[in-house]
Structures are given as C-alpha cells and as structure tokens.
Design a protein around this ligand. Sequence first.
Ligand SMILES: Cc1cc2nc3c(=O)[nH]c(=O)nc-3n(C[C@H](O)[C@H](O)[C@H](O)COP(=O)(O)O)c2cc1C
Length: 234
Amino acid sequence: MKLMHVDASAKRERSNSRALSRFFVERLRAGHPDLEVDYLDVSVDTPSHVDEAFAIAIYAAPHERTPAMKARLAASDALCQRVLAADALVFAMPMYNWSMPSAFKTFVDAISRAGVTYKHGDDGRIVGQLAGKKVLFITSRGADLRPGSPYASMDALTPALNAAFGFLGVAAPAFVDAQPLQFANQEARAEALERARDELSAVAASWANSANAASHANNADAAQHEDADSEMTQ
Ligand SMILES: Cc1cc2nc3c(=O)[nH]c(=O)nc-3n(C[C@H](O)[C@H](O)[C@H](O)COP(=O)(O)O)c2cc1C
C-alpha cells in the first residue's frame, strides 16, 4: 500500500497532531510491513498561495495554456500526481481558529484541479478522482467540540474537510479528533490522547487488513496468470 502522509502543524517536537500521525503510520506499518510512505510537511513545503496567474491558469483549457501558465501550474501538477499515486492518505492538522491551518488550505487549493483531480462526466456531473482511496483526517483541538460541549457548533474544520475532499470523490473519510488538548486539565488531555490513539489503532488495523487482503488477491491473480502462460507455452 502506498500512503501519502501529510502533517500541517506549525509546531514540531511539541505537536500533538504530528505525534498522533506518527503513531498511526507506525501502527499501520506493524500490520502491513509493505507500506510505502510519501511524506509531506506543508508547514515547511507550503504550496504557494493562489495568485492571479494561478487563478487564471487553472481554468484555461490545457491546450490553450501558455508556457508561463504551465510553469505556474507545475508544482500543483506535481502535487496532484503525488496524491493520485497514493492508495491511502492521512492528513494531520491542528484546528486553528475553528478551521484548518492556512498551510493545509494552500495544499487543498493546489490539489483541487479541474481535469486532474476532478473531471466533468458526460452528463455534466463532477467525477472526483480520489474516489476509492482510503482517507483519514487526524485533527487536534485545544477545546472540546464534541456534541454537548458549548463549543460543538464552532467546528468549521470537519465540514470544510468533508466539502473539499468530498468534491474530489472522497465519500467516507475517517476522522480521529483529539480533544480537548489545551483548554482543559491534565487528566482530560491525557484521556483525549488515549482515546485518539485507541481510535487510530482501530483504523490502522482495518486499513492493514484490507491492504493485506488486496495484496494476497493480487498475488493469487499473478500466480494464476503465470500458470495459464506456462500451460500455453507447453
Ligand atoms: C493559532 C492557533 C489557533 C488555535 N485555534 C483553536 C481553535 O479555534 N479551537 C481550538 O479548539 N483550539 C485552537 N487552538 C489550539 C490547537 O488546536 C491545539 O493546541 C492543538 O492540539 C494543536 O495541535 P498541534 O500540537 O499538532 O500543533 C489554536 C492554536 C493555535 C496556535
């Protein structure tokens, strides 16, 4: 399985979302040793902000793009190919001001591309090209936004991620939201991390099982083809 792993916290060693995404990748690798990881830290390798050249170039028909437009889109093209090449995607980020960190938003802007990550079907409908990929969002929050909490209605992160990635074909992403990690006592924070790790272990086990089942099916298929080929050459 090829996994794209993206971190987005401005914090480094002290980041909870980074620690949780590392934990998840380790658990996944433990269950599926063939794991291949393509890592991106958008707080370091931040895609460029949308500017006028980008906004015009993305909607120009590919055959009408000038060399300058193609050059402006090159990094976004490359990022789209990395995303499309992955079987599974894990995105880890803190909640900043109730939504996603701006570095992650630049990533969303870079990979949401007509004709590349979403296409127009013959009936005019949008066909997201990320359909079929496993997707996990790990979010860390200072407050507790679970149902029943006074902050529950402030969650603009979950709907924003669902909308952006749903448009690209991601129908049922998994979410592991670690909360409260800052505006709470030590015990509540420790419990939140424990809960998140338990949920991540369950997602990792489920992804590993289906990746292992898929590679067994592929191996059986390849062996069958080999048998058929050798029968034909006898
Ligand atoms: C700039 C900034 C804005 C934040 N905004 C929110 C917020 O709106 N709601 C919230 O619950 N926590 C907020 N927090 C707290 C972080 O989401 C929380 O500490 C999280 O665990 C950080 O994840 P990290 O350790 O991976 O950086 C904010 C933190 C920062 C630095």
